[in-house]
Design a protein around this ligand. Structure first.
Ligand code: GLY
Ligand code: MN
Ligand code: MN
Length: 293
């Protein structure tokens, strides 16, 4: 039927292919409702896990206790399974992008990066938050956190249908904004001829990907595809400062932060499906401090 419709509209084969690709990543209203639910369940489990983390740290547990808390919570809320194995990375473990050992002891005073999602009736969520395990960011942690948050929020604002924005153009913008923050943080010099590669050393991944039945759904649709209503993307800037990088000022070594949201692109603007997970530093601290109950 798609091909017939395109032929009736006399679209060139290349346009047909492009339209077919776009349809593959655009969600129907029913699918969008399931994406919304999957993300809401996931965000709720983040709140539970953040609230449990100070207690689990005091009791001497490892990162795995947080992964288990997350999984129990999404399952109790109706998700059939995880969308992918949880990344629960305390302190400098966050600098390892796909850290999945989850076996280090939770350390008071350190940050915790959790990247986790559920699959609900087949639809995936993919969420990352980074929080201080005892409920208070240090000044250094907060400087890095607020830089990543700013990039996250600006990139989300770009997720507007018909604006011409694409995953690729949002990624390029995120590189530029991350560079500006690295200069403001005193980590890079504005006139450094190697600035581009240094930004990618501390932010070594893409800003996001399509999200749907699969977590990367699907890599076969190009990142230059213009965003259209009904598409769902992740927005996940980060900064990761290796503990042993002598080029870095000491204050930031070992800090790793990523903030990832799932965004439904709409004609009127972005809908942040994962908005239920606290994100501003004050809200994050309040959620951790609230604890259970
Ligand atoms: N959790 C996998 C990703 O963020 O792409
Ligand atoms: Mn993720
Ligand atoms: Mn992702």
């Amino acid at each position: 039927p798609l091909l017939a419709a395109c032929q009736a509209r006399r679209l060139a084969p290349r346009s047909v292919a492009r339209l077919a690709q776009n349809l593959r990543v655009r969600k129907s209203d029913a699918e969008a409702a399931l994406m919304r639910k999957s993300a809401a369940v996931c965000a709720g489990a983040f709140r539970t896990t953040m609230a449990a983390s100070a207690m689990l740290t005091r009791e001497g547990h490892t990162e795995d206790a947080l992964a288990a808390t997350f999984e129990l919570d999404v399952r109790l809320a109706g998700a059939e399974r995880l969308a992918y194995p949880c990344v629960v990375a305390g302190g400098a473990n966050a600098v390892t992008l796909h850290y999945m050992h989850n076996n280090a002891r939770l350390a008071p005073g350190s940050l915790l990066l959790m990247d986790a999602g559920c699959s609900l009736h087949g639809y995936a969520s993919d969420l990352t938050r980074t929080w201080p395990l005892d409920g208070a960011f240090t000044a250094a942690q907060r400087r890095v956190y607020d830089a990543v948050l700013d990039v996250n929020e600006r990139c989300i604002e770009m997720c507007v249908a018909g604006s011409g924005a694409s995953l690729a153009s949002i990624h390029r913008a995120s590189l530029q904004w991350t560079f500006e923050h690295l200069v403001d943080l005193g980590i890079l010099r504005r006139d450094d001829p190697a600035a581009a590669s240094k930004v990618q050393r501390y932010y070594p991944h893409a800003i996001g990907h399509w999200l749907g039945l699969d977590v990367h759904d699907t890599p076969h649709v190009g990142t230059e595809t213009a965003l259209d209503a009904g598409m769902v993307v992740t927005v996940e800037p980060g900064l990761y400062f290796p503990p042993d990088d002598d080029a870095l000022p000491e204050w930031c070594r070992g800090i790793g932060v990523r903030i990832e949201d799932d965004v439904l692109v709409g004609a009127a603007g972005p809908e942040v499906l994962t908005a239920g997970a606290p994100k501003h530093a004050d809200d994050v601290e309040a959620c951790v401090r609230r604890g259970f109950g």
